[in-house]
Design a protein around this ligand. Structure first.
Ligand code: GLA
Length: 338
């Protein structure tokens, strides 16, 4: 008898609070409607996974031990190793990984993969973890897999996000609460078409500079934390104009003090404003990827279409857009004995 399990984990859009997580600051992400689905059966000795987009991963031990496998499979192997360290029995599985999340767009496709795999590994082994234990294990897996010393933003958002809400999270104490996102607020994500990877971007360097106390880096984090608190308050009051101003201030700080923007992201922010957004800023770690524009629900599609169209005319790059909907966090969708 083997246990079938379907686990799903979403990507995220961080409303505000960028590059604040790894110093124990504040973040305000939503889980989105796009994510990663893992459909597996237990009762195996090893872990064998196939991705629709990236092909088969080399099989690896159920406890994640052994040499790191090549390609995307190393994320799954790293999650297995982190869960083994927490006491997960070494139950293997085999199955498929599917995603409707664009990768390299700043929507945390790697965190969604880690969380979905983590949930499936726990389910087939009958192993239970608290949400933050799983989030922290997946955060460590990112470091183990690709050496990126990320914070807990992406994994926490994927696990703790709730429909219609943003998650106000103190990354130091892990205290958190849900903040309703008013239905008239639309979250427009526009991809710059410049793929980024934090393995090769300046992400790790920025973290070191912050820890070394470089004044501009420290100033970004201090002012960004203040903006998160203000943003949560204005969102709760439905004041989208004030929220838009805070997004623009966040972008300026990420551009000038933290220096993680690119000319393409700066241009997209301008174009989103011209197209009628309340405000906009680069999304995620920067160095490429997407912007987030806050728009009125009625004009969201137009803002995305007009800004991406003008961006394409000026740069020759395709700016894919989507409207992110604050959605439920990760879950095991089905588990049955077959
Ligand atoms: C990436 C990291 C997160 C966070 C953001 C910037 O998405 O994975 O932990 O640091 O960048 O806010």
């Amino acid at each position: 008898m083997s246990e079938r399990c379907v686990a799903w984990a979403p990507g995220r859009v961080n409303l505000i609070g960028e590059h604040t997580d790894y110093s124990g600051g504040l973040v305000l992400p939503v889980a989105i409607q796009y994510g990663v689905t893992v459909d597996v059966s237990g009762g195996e000795d090893v872990i064998t996974l196939r991705s629709e987009r990236f092909g088969s991963a080399e099989p690896f031990a159920a406890d994640g031990s052994g040499d790191p496998v090549a390609g995307w499979g190393r994320y799954a192997q790293a999650v297995a190793a982190e869960l083994a360290a927490l006491g997960r029995p070494p139950a293997g599985l085999s199955g498929t990984v599917a995603s409707d999340l664009p990768s390299g767009a700043g929507l945390s496709s790697s965190a969604a993969l880690e969380v979905a795999i983590g949930l499936a590994l726990c389910a087939v082994a009958g192993f239970e973890l608290e949400p933050f234990e799983l989030a922290l294990a997946c955060q460590r897996a990112e470091l183990r897999a690709v050496g990126v010393p990320c914070g807990i933003l992406d994994q926490a958002a994927s696990i703790l996000g709730r429909a219609g809400h943003a998650l106000l999270l103190d990354c130091g104490s892990l205290e958190h609460r849900l903040v309703p996102v008013p239905p008239e607020a639309a979250l427009v994500v526009i991809d710059s078409g410049v793929e980024h990877s934090h393995e090769t971007s300046g992400y790790t360097q920025r973290r070191r500079e912050l820890e070394a106390g470089v004044p501009r880096r420290v100033r970004h984090v201090r002012t960004e934390n203040e903006r998160v608190t203000k943003f949560a308050a204005v969102l709760e009051h439905g004041d989208l104009s004030a929220a838009g101003e805070l997004l623009l201030a966040s972008h300026a700080s990420l551009r000038d003090d933290y220096e993680v923007s690119t000319p393409e992201l700066d241009l997209l922010v301008e174009l989103a404003l011209d197209a009628g957004a309340y405000g906009a800023r680069l999304l995620g770690g920067g160095f490429g990827g997407s912007i987030l524009a806050l728009a009125d629900a009625g004009s969201a599609q137009d803002v995305g279409r007009v800004a991406a169209g003008e961006y394409g005319r000026r740069t020759g790059r395709e700016g894919q857009t989507l409207v992110a909907v604050p959605s439920a966090g990760a879950a095991v969708l089905a588990g049955e004995s077959v």
